[in-house]
Write a protein of this length. Structure first.
Length: 240
């Protein structure tokens, strides 16, 4: 197999790790991220409410940027605000642009919200902060279609969450939908009670499966990749 190149890239709040076989594909992803953020920022300047609302957003005008339309559609599926999908949608567009340039291995990890196309198996670690459940990873087999794996947490990272999950991870063929779903799932994890009740919050078309870790408890739902033991490498966690 060819050598895998990895590059850390930050543009304002967007912090990604981009992986590919060729540098030109990494550069393509970076250009796409820059362009898509510019479209989004221009829309937000016109409507600042878009970036702060936690409720479903009205469907924007037909001339709104595609990134805005997709964020709205994904957030509305789960009854939450459009910013719930921002990391996943940026990763999605970046990987799709890499694929258009001929990439067969393209991964964009946007702070734990991942879009990927992989022609060789990949391990995706599940990081749950101080939980006793650790060193787990999904084994993603080689595939010919895009997949999204997104994680939300009430105890790890800067994202807004109203729940008590150490990790709420969702798998979907649509990375933007996975991101919004992970937010909704994380919000639904209560401090006490049966942990698996939270999954009804994301039982929607397009969601393949999910995992939740809360303290020393873990629950799985739907169809997920194989979960295996794997020593997580902190240096591979995408963060500022």
């Amino acid at each position: 197999m060819p050598e895998i190149l990895r590059e850390h890239f930050q543009l304002k709040e967007t912090i990604v790790t981009i992986s590919a076989y060729e540098q030109r594909h990494i550069e393509t992803a970076k250009r796409t991220i820059i362009d898509q953020r510019a479209h989004l920022e221009k829309f937000i300047r016109q409507d600042p409410f878009f970036v702060v609302t936690l409720d479903p957003y009205d469907i924007p005008a037909k001339d709104a940027p595609e990134i805005v339309k997709l964020m709205v559609r994904c957030g509305n599926v789960f009854g939450i605000g459009p910013m719930s999908a921002v990391a996943g949608v940026i990763a999605k567009f970046a990987v799709e642009s890499m694929i258009e340039e001929g990439a067969s291995y393209a991964i964009v990890d946007n702070g734990g919200d991942i879009a990927m196309l992989n022609d060789q198996p990949v391990l995706v670690g599940v990081y749950a902060g101080q939980s006793s459940i650790c060193n787990l990873a999904f084994e993603i087999p080689s595939r010919e279609n895009l997949v999204g794996i997104a994680t939300s947490s009430g105890t790890v990272g800067p994202s807004i969450s109203f729940g008590y999950a150490d990790a709420a991870t969702v798998v979907s063929n649509n990375p933007a939908l996975a991101d919004a779903a992970a937010t909704a799932l994380g919000n639904a994890v209560l401090a006490e009670g049966p942990i698996d009740k939270c999954f009804k919050s994301i039982d929607k078309p397009g969601i393949l499966g999910a995992l939740v870790i809360r303290g020393d408890e873990m629950a799985l739902w739907g169809e997920l990749p194989i979960l295996r033991r794997a020593k997580l490498k902190p240096e591979l966690i995408t963060k500022a």
